[in-house]
Design a protein around this ligand. Structure first.
Ligand SMILES: [Zn+2]
Length: 149
């Protein structure tokens, strides 16, 4: 198993802001934190100022188990790598339904970083948090995922 990460080189870092900084810091610490409405309990991703369900602006971070299920995905040509006709260089953009949010599921747009070819990834596959650091230090990370076999 390779330690390589299937994300294109040179992707821009996300903008760190008060509304999302806790999520990046939690991922760097190995946790999957998403917003949870302090009024109605709805989990929210991506972070927003107001609740999509009740409109409340009161929220806290909620630590989820860090596992999930592939809800949908696409494969995108990775123009930073050279592939072959038999094995084109591609990366995936996946929508993952987060465990711990059943009933009103939160889904995250991410990458499954150890899936390298279309045969590797299917709707319903189980995945787990695999943080990918960004920025200058080691205190911020993207909540990416890896396959659970
Ligand atoms: Zn709410």
């Amino acid at each position: 198993m390779s330690d390589a990460v299937n994300r294109p080189a040179g992707m821009p870092d996300p903008v760190v802001a008060p509304i999302n900084e806790g999520m990046w810091r939690a991922a760097a610490a190995g946790r999957l934190d998403v917003q949870r409405c302090a009024s109605c309990g709805a989990h929210r991703y991506p972070p927003t100022d107001g609740c999509y369900r009740c409109g409340s602006v009161r929220w806290d971070w909620s630590t989820l188990p860090g596992t999930g299920t592939v809800y949908s995905y696409i494969w995108v040509p990775d123009r930073t790598r050279t592939g072959t006709p038999e094995a084109p260089a591609v990366y995936n953009v996946a929508v993952v339904t987060l465990e711990g949010t059943e009933g009103d599921p939160a889904r995250i747009l991410s990458n499954v970083i150890d899936a390298w070819s279309p045969d590797d990834l299917h709707v319903g596959d189980r995945v787990a948090l695999a943080p990918v650091g960004f920025g200058d230090g080691d205190d911020l990370a993207l909540p990416c995922f890896r396959m659970l076999s």
